[in-house]
Design a protein around this ligand. Structure first.
Ligand code: GLC
Length: 751
């Protein structure tokens, strides 16, 4: 929003009566704000969702149970997160924005970018990744696209909303360093890179304080540190105390609450709430309405808006599904080579799982049918047998009958429960009846392709043992069946990479012992070690690594080059060459990870700091470069309240996944050490473990011992006092250093 809108809003608010201001900061209806016709302020319509517009006319409801106007249902975020394709996310954003504007929506409530702390979270289908850099680079692309269409985007759910269990009351108890480095970084990257019109506070509490009334979160961090200048809106029904929320930095309570204006007026008149806070919130609502408020209906818009190109959006949804599909295993059975008839079995073959449940639910403009699409693709694929037999049920006998004589059997599996707002899963398994069907088809001796259609990850071990290929399609939207058919037949190829680790078993997941917490609180005991950060820290085997996925071709990585413009500055350029070493076109994602060799505080072994997706023809190569800056090297030092880069060695690793990093280089930064100065009050362990300090310590102890005619205490003896401050040790020895001597010692220790 431009400065002039903010200025106009402030002028309008300055002319309002107290009660009118208080009415502005709570919704007028379930989906809209109050208009101020006499001041030229239109209503502002806010509605879902992240992968499609859920515009309800007439009866509104919270979780999409009632129908909404038809709109394109794109693949959900756990799919598009696997695309690693920022251009695609922006393109989808533009389409979402065009459809939102057509439906009279001013703010689209998405993207959702909460970190996937545990695979059990029911809303993981709506979120991109376990990693904040991937989430924090995809989200701003989506925001930029939506806002290019003249519609506001709204990041959600801010913050640390990583489970559905007790979501409206549970306190996410998380240390500040973990909060900043893992749970806030994605939002920070999105706010600073794309200036979203809005941010939605989450239902949960954070360390005991509701997100909707958390001053540190909404004002100190979001506004003062990150410079956010948009609208802070609550989640629907997520404001326990409207007065406290205004004071903390919330601007708009949704949906409307008739009691709120009276409470706010009373609070201002009693002095419990500064009128400046109310003015700030009211101005934020007015600014958003002036900038984004839409005529209540496109037809009433004077010059009618151009109707979205629904067919083009449908094709975009298909392309998005292809970009997001992750080929987990393939012994060469894919792409189908036409070796005999194809059988397609499984109930989900006819009733695809293409989106999740709850507030993100979209009524699609159309929905592709897999048998139809597969027949179409087989017909379009020269040389492939067109004989397709379908048993669209989980009935084993019917499936075996359809499979009889088939060259390859495609079995469609997926989650028939879970993947919904309001509930978490208790396990990561596919339905028993589906696994039985798969095993029976395998036992009959057929070549098998298993297709997964799920939002949250599922354990794949029992699938892989009965299949020659496993293709993860996620919840792939209304055109997902066309995408699947094109991939199976080789008309297209799978181009996704995992944005979330698939563990071998649920009990391996880092959050396992701290989920879902109690009625009151959930402890983020695993701290920073979520997803691959956790599995790498314990060197645990995983079924499929973060960043991994196969293509219909192969790639080679060569010629790593890391340049430091100035070793005294935390910045580097990382370049390498990636080559398509196979005989088909394909996509790969070059991933750059960074790890500090000997960190001051514990840190993950390595963390994603950049990526680039490439599309290469057979034999073609591309030089890829990723720029690293201060924050890529930094950790958050809570004691000093700032992001710190220490001098020392860092390993840079480059490759196609977090567990396949063929190119490595170590660079040494000579940046000044900030904080952590050694003093006489530092523990002996610091003195003994820091080379310069150890040298200064031993020299001083020798000098003191010589003066006193005593032996120098040996290091092992000093180790016994390793948590004791050096000052205390000197006092115990009756030693006091004069000021000059202390200064000289400390200068040498901190050299
Ligand atoms: C829901 C969701 C949020 C959604 C809002 C409006 O409870 O948490 O994502 O945008 O309410 O439907």
């Amino acid at each position: 929003m431009t400065e002039s809108v903010h200025e106009a809003a402030a002028e309008i608010v300055a002319r309002l009566e107290l009660r009118d201001k208080a009415a502005l900061i709570t919704g007028a209806t379930f989906w809209s704000t109050h208009a101020l016709d006499e001041h030229g302020v239109p209503e502002l319509v806010l509605t879902d969702g992240p992968h499609g517009v859920r515009r309800q006319r007439g009866s509104a409801d919270h979780l999409g149970i009632h129908d909404s106007l038809p709109a394109t249902c794109f693949p959900t975020a756990s799919a598009t997160g696997s695309s690693w394709n920022t251009e695609l996310l922006e393109e989808i954003g533009r389409a979402l924005g065009a459809e939102a504007r057509w439906h009279g929506v001013g703010v689209l409530l998405g993207p959702g970018l909460n970190i996937k702390r545990t695979p059990l979270c029911g809303r993981n289908f709506e979120y991109y990744s376990e990693d904040p850099v991937l989430s924090g680079d995809l989200a701003p692309a989506a925001v930029t696209g939506v806002q290019a269409a003249g519609v506001g985007a709204c990041l959600k759910h801010f913050a640390a909303n990583n489970q559905e269990t007790n979501r409206m009351v549970v306190s996410s108890d998380v240390d500040e360093r973990t909060l900043r480095e893992l749970y806030l970084t994605g939002f920070e990257r999105a706010v600073t890179a794309s200036a979203p019109a809005a941010v939605m506070s989450s239902y949960n509490r954070i360390n005991g304080v509701h997100a909707a009334q958390h001053p540190w979160l909404l004002t100190e961090v979001l506004r003062e540190e990150w410079g956010f200048a948009g609208l802070v809106v609550s989640d629907w029904g997520g404001v326990p105390d409207a007065v406290a929320s205004l004071a903390a930095g919330l601007d708009l309570e949704m949906p409307g609450n008739a009691g709120t204006p009276g409470l706010v007026v009373a609070a201002v008149e009693s002095g419990r709430l500064a009128v400046e806070e109310l003015d700030r919130a009211a101005a934020a609502v007015v600014a958003a309405a002036l900038a984004l408020g839409a005529p209540s209906d496109a037809a009433a818009a004077g010059a009618p808006l151009a109707e979205p190109d629904w067919d083009a959006h449908h094709e975009l949804a298909r392309r998005a599904a292809v970009e997001s599909a992750v080929l987990l295993t393939n012994d060469g059975v894919l792409p189908l080579a036409g070796s005999g008839p194809i059988a397609l079995v499984g109930a989900l073959a006819a009733e695809p799982r293409y989106q999740g449940g709850g507030s993100s639910r979209v009524v699609p403009t159309r929905l592709d049918d897999l048998p139809t699409e597969l027949a179409r693709a087989l017909a379009d694929r020269p040389g492939v047998v067109r004989d397709l037999r379908v048993s669209a049920s989980d009935d084993v006998d019917a499936a075996l009958a359809a499979a009889d004589g088939a060259g390859v059997v495609v079995v469609v599996l997926g989650l028939t429960e879970g993947d919904t707002e309001g509930a978490d899963r208790t396990h990561l398994d596919l339905p028993v009846e589906q696994l039985s069907l798969l095993a029976a088809v395998r036992k009959a001796g057929h070549r098998v392709v298993a297709v997964l259609t799920n939002g949250g990850i599922v354990l794949t071990g029992q699938v892989e043992q009965h299949a020659d290929a496993v293709l993860e399609m996620w919840l792939s939207g209304q055109a997902g069946s066309a995408a699947l058919a094109d991939i199976l037949t080789g008309l297209d190829d799978p181009r996704g990479r995992l944005a979330e680790t698939i563990p071998v078993r649920l009990t391996d997941t880092p959050a396992y012992l701290n989920f879902p917490g109690t009625e009151d609180a959930v402890l983020y005991g695993e701290r920073l070690y979520v997803g691959y950060r956790g599995y790498d820290a314990t060197d645990r085997d995983v079924a499929h690594a973060f960043g991994s996925g196969l293509a219909y071709t192969t790639f080679g990585y060569t010629d790593l080059e890391v340049t430091l413009p100035d070793p005294g500055t935390a910045a580097a350029t990382v370049s390498c060459t990636v080559t398509n070493t196979g005989d088909r076109a394909g996509s790969d994602v070059v991933q750059v990870y960074l790890g500090e060799v000997a960190p001051r505080l514990d840190r993950p072994v390595r963390e994603l700091v950049g990526f680039a997706k490439v599309r290469l023809q057979p034999g073609a190569s591309q030089r890829v470069s990723v720029e690293l800056g201060h924050r890529d090297f930094a950790f958050y030092d809570v004691a000093q309240g700032q992001w710190i880069v220490d001098p020392g060695a860092f390993e840079i690793a480059v490759g196609p996944s977090s567990r396949d990093l063929p190119l490595r280089a170590t660079v040494t930064l000579e940046v000044p050490r900030i904080g952590g100065e050694i003093t006489l009050d530092s523990p002996m362990s610091t003195w003994l473990d820091t080379p310069a300090a150890f040298e200064a310590l031993m020299a001083e102890l020798h000098a003191l011992a010589k003066q006193a005619g005593m032996d120098v205490p040996d290091v092992e003896l000093l180790r016994l006092a390793d948590s004791m401050p050096f000052r205390k040790l000197l006092e115990m020895g009756g030693v006091t250093l004069d000021a000059d001597r202390e200064t000289d010692l400390l200068n040498r220790a901190n050299a």
